[in-house]
Design a protein around this ligand. Sequence first.
Ligand SMILES: Cc1cc2nc3c(=O)[nH]c(=O)nc-3n(C[C@H](O)[C@H](O)[C@H](O)COP(=O)(O)O)c2cc1C
Length: 189
Amino acid sequence: MTTEKISWSPSTQLAPVPAVLLGCGKSKGYDANLITVAWCGIINSEPPMLSVSIRKERYSHTIISDTGEFSCNVPLAEHAREVDYCGVVSGRKINKFKTCNFTALEGEKIKAPTIAECPLTLECKVAKIIELGTHDLFLADIVNVRVSKDFIDGNGHFNFDKKGLLAYCHGAYYNLGEKIGTFGFSVKK
Ligand SMILES: Cc1cc2nc3c(=O)[nH]c(=O)nc-3n(C[C@H](O)[C@H](O)[C@H](O)COP(=O)(O)O)c2cc1C
């Protein structure tokens, strides 16, 4: 790779980012809904917190602001089509759980639905909403974590080796590749 670079104007070019499915609704009269979100990240360890950036015009923005809850479901690469669908169709008229053939399970600590078919779910309660410009930033406490038994290895660790996770890079979906190291391997003797 050449080390020569060109400058682009400021934009949101960070990659890779996750593409997660937020489950919302099922309280205050809202049916279960799903929204795909790529602007999602972990922002604090104690208490464990997560952020998501959502445009005001999304139906899910209304639901999450009103109910104060959502689930953050990490999909497998094999769910790329469903992830894309939930990111281009609004739940105002369509039941995305039904169309995607996802099973909605009520969270343990939240009323918002979670997706049975996703191996990892973080149950979240909104702590703060910050208006940024195009998007509102939701800061949320992670109040529970649900992990599929199939993805826990003999040492009790989360293991994604057998099925690929999804990454999103500049408008394209990728299946995460092989594991190339583990935390701290660069300094391990
Ligand atoms: C890969 C992908 C990532 C997306 N990321 C975001 C995001 O971070 N924030 C957001 O507001 N919308 C995002 N969207 C768009 C929403 O998912 C989309 O507008 C969705 O249809 C809203 O559904 P709703 O009206 O049922 O809430 C993304 C869409 C795709 C396909």
